[in-house]
Design a protein around this ligand. Structure first.
Ligand code: ADP
Ligand code: ZN
Length: 674
């Protein structure tokens, strides 16, 4: 039956290729319009997924063919342009890639042209033939044998004996349990079977160390793929994926769009990490597309984390994903002792309580290392005029400005607008500007005063901006050159530092009382992950958490019973309010220069007839209330069925397209922040 069907659907295509009359080809471009454009081609070699050069408006553009129809099947009521040139005789997009792009475009409600172009490299949209030399896959002369411990081996055995071809496996492994070595062993097996392997990590700065660990045990040296590569470097990796049989790619989220031809394994390490979600333009989640591609290639997908996302926890619960556990740390070190400091009693001075300073002294005297974590870069959160009590806001987007002492500037962390202190508009006759709240720079100042003989490194996106900064940071960290690290999220992610005896979490309260429904989930992940940085190879470490809310019940659950128990309790709460993972949601954000107009349009959308299972919240101000004098309002739309949600959002799009062009909107499906 299957065969007949395939044959049947393919036949018309064949006819298209064989006829001598011209074809009508539908072409998409890298533009934010969800439409294809018709051209005529007399070239019989046109294929879906090939690039063409065509005139578009007053210019020539590179587009990609997404469909081919015999020309005469469409009444010729207008003149259709001919394509100027067929660039690829062999389609640049494989069938599988094309399928993935089509799915992503419809699921994320993003224009197919932009999706397709984001699955290619910058060189694909510029030149005719890419004159790049081929990338030689490098091989190791010698490599170590990798011997798994009993826990790792047990999982390895059951994974390789699993007869199911496509399956999502979750490795829930405590920090330091050796998930990476398990991935390496699986990759080895895969290479033997002549398959390609994709290993995704959430941050560029995790690629070098992951690469090193793979190199140690493998003959084939993995390739890296991330946004810091030059267009040519990207292009070479891209080409290699479409040609080489044996290849391992270690990459960040964009690597999920590489044109693999025979994937045998996809690993999404630290799957809970929000970096897998792109928040600008095409708002996809690389973890979820990874699962789709695993399905396409009929290969296993591995999600690794010490703190799985609630989506994943639920999928384990309902039996969709299979869970494996690594409960022990590889180097028999114990998990850290966590202590809470009540900041209302022991009041922090410049971010640090006396208890924390005392513990730092003890460890530093023994030449052991300390990490201080806080969520905010810059000097202070915000700046207040203590005379008139005005908080300085970004003139562009309305977010509180952050004070950066080293450059004497106010910087908006939302839209990156920068202002010198002198440029600040006078709020009153006698302004007295005072920094409020604590940022990494302010803590750095204080720590340097307290411990003048110790080396301090600030790890945040202001201080670590280039590849070289990053390599320096990792080199120094690995070679014991730093005594005290002060950092934001950047320091949390999977780094394997030696001899961290103490971790101080300076303020957890913003996370505990976040307005975002994922606030607690993220805070719990953060506490567990930051704590995991300590005592990895040696004696056990200590974690001190400063909070004004030592009795917060969820905080207590996380600390006493761990992340897993917490996740089950917090999931029950999600269920009660029917938020993800118990429902699917999307956000539609409308921008216009007239606040009331935005709101009234969104209210109109709410009137569109809808299925009973669709729920809508809003209109509400967006997280970014204003940008470039445009007001942003949003609706949150949800449903228990992702299909219904998608259909409904399509209706909204149709309505919005029929309106005045002055409004802009974007859609975010499965948003990580609402
Ligand atoms: P996780 O990623 O689970 O937090 P890691 O992968 O960082 O844990 O592993 C912790 C440490 O144990 C690393 O230094 C790693 O090199 C080491 N390790 C884990 N498994 C093995 C193994 N089978 N052989 C040698 N070293 C291992
Ligand atoms: Zn003032």
């Amino acid at each position: 039956m299957d065969k007949v069907l395939t044959h049947y659907t393919k036949t018309p295509r064949k006819e298209v290729y064989n006829i001598s009359m011209p074809n009508l080809v539908k072409v998409v471009f890298d533009i934010p319009i969800n439409e294809s454009f018709d051209y005529i081609s007399e070239d019989k070699k046109v294929k879906i997924g090939s690039r063409v050069r065509v005139s578009f408006g007053n210019a020539t553009r590179i587009g990609v063919i997404i469909d081919i129809i015999p020309a005469d099947s469409k009444p010729k009521t207008y003149k259709i342009k001919k394509i100027d040139e067929l660039i690829d005789e062999v389609p640049v997009l494989t069938k599988e890639m094309f399928k993935t792009c089509k799915w992503a475009s419809s699921y994320y409600h993003h224009p197919i042209g932009q999706v397709i172009f984001s699955a290619m490299t910058p060189l694909h949209r510029k030149q005719r033939k890419e004159p790049t030399s081929k990338l030689e896959i490098q091989h190791n002369e010698s490599f170590d044998e990798l011997i798994l411990n009993a826990e790792q081996k047990k999982i390895y055995d059951s994974l390789i004996n699993d007869k199911k071809k496509f399956k999502v496996n979750v490795i829930r492994g405590v920090t330091g349990s050796g998930k990476t070595e398990l991935y390496i062993k699986l990759a080895k097996k895969c290479i033997k079977e002549h398959c390609q392997i994709l290993i995704m990590v959430p941050e560029i700065n995790l690629i070098p160390q992951t690469l090193e660990r793979f190199k140690k045990y493998l003959k084939i040296i993995p390739l890296q793929y991330h946004s810091n590569l030059t267009p040519t470097q990207k292009h070479k990796v891209w080409e290699a994926c479409s040609k080489e049989e044996q290849i391992i790619v270690i990459g960040t989220r964009s690597s999920i769009f590489l044109p693999f031809k025979k994937l045998g394994l996809i690993v999404v390490d630290e799957e809970h990490d929000s970096s897998y979600k792109q928040t600008e333009m095409f708002k996809y989640n690389a973890r979820d597309i990874g699962i789709l591609r695993g399905h396409n290639f009929k290969c296993p997908v591995i999600l690794g984390s010490a703190t799985p996302s609630f989506e994943t926890v639920r999928n384990i619960k309902i039996g969709k994903y299979q869970e494996y556990r690594l409960e022990k740390r590889y180097y028999k070190s114990k998990l850290p002792m966590i202590t809470i400091i009540d900041s209302s009693i022991d009041r922090p001075n410049e971010g640090l309580t006396n208890t924390l300073i005392r513990s730092m002294k003890i460890e530093l005297e023994k030449n052991r290392k300390v990490i201080l974590f806080l969520g905010r870069r810059g000097f202070s959160n915000s700046v207040i005029c203590t005379n008139c009590k005005t908080i300085l806001k970004c003139p562009k987007c309305g977010t509180n400005m952050t004070y950066h002492k080293n450059v004497e500037k106010l910087i908006c962390h939302n839209c990156d607008f920068k202002q010198n202190i002198e440029q600040v508009k006078k709020c009153c006759d006698n302004p007295v500007l005072t920094p409020l709240g604590i940022g990494t720079q302010r803590v750095e100042n204080r720590v340097k005063q307290l411990f003048p003989n110790k080396t301090v490194l600030r790890v945040d996106s202001d201080n670590i901006t280039s590849k070289k900064d990053l390599e320096d940071f990792i080199e120094k960290a690995n070679n014991n050159k730093i005594d005290i690290f002060i950092g934001t999220q950047m320091i949390v992610k999977g780094h394997d530092f030696k001899d961290i005896a103490l971790v101080g979490i300076l303020n957890i309260d913003a996370g505990l009382y976040s307005t975002d429904f994922r606030g607690l989930e993220k805070t719990a992940q953060l506490i567990t992950q930051v704590s995991g940085r300590t005592g990895r190879q040696t004696e056990h470490g200590n974690v001190l958490i400063q909070t004004h809310n030592p009795d917060h019940s969820i905080l207590k659950t996380i600390l006493k019973e761990g992340y897993e128990k917490f996740s089950h309790i917090a999931l029950e709460q999600r269920k009660n309010v029917n938020l993800p993972p118990y429902s699917h949601i999307g956000i539609i954000v409308l921008s216009s220069n007239n606040m009331n107009f935005s709101k009234s349009v969104l209210n109109k959308l709410k009137e569109i007839k809808r299925n009973k299972s669709i729920f809508i919240y809003g209109p509400a101000q967006s997280k970014v209330p204003k940008r470039n004098n445009q007001y942003n309002y949003q609706l949150l739309i949800g449903s228990n069925s992702s299909k219904l949600l998608s259909e409904h959002i399509s209706k909204f799009e149709i309505y919005l397209s029929s309106l005045n062009k002055k409004i802009k909107w974007h859609i975010d499906i499965d948003p990580l922040e609402s």
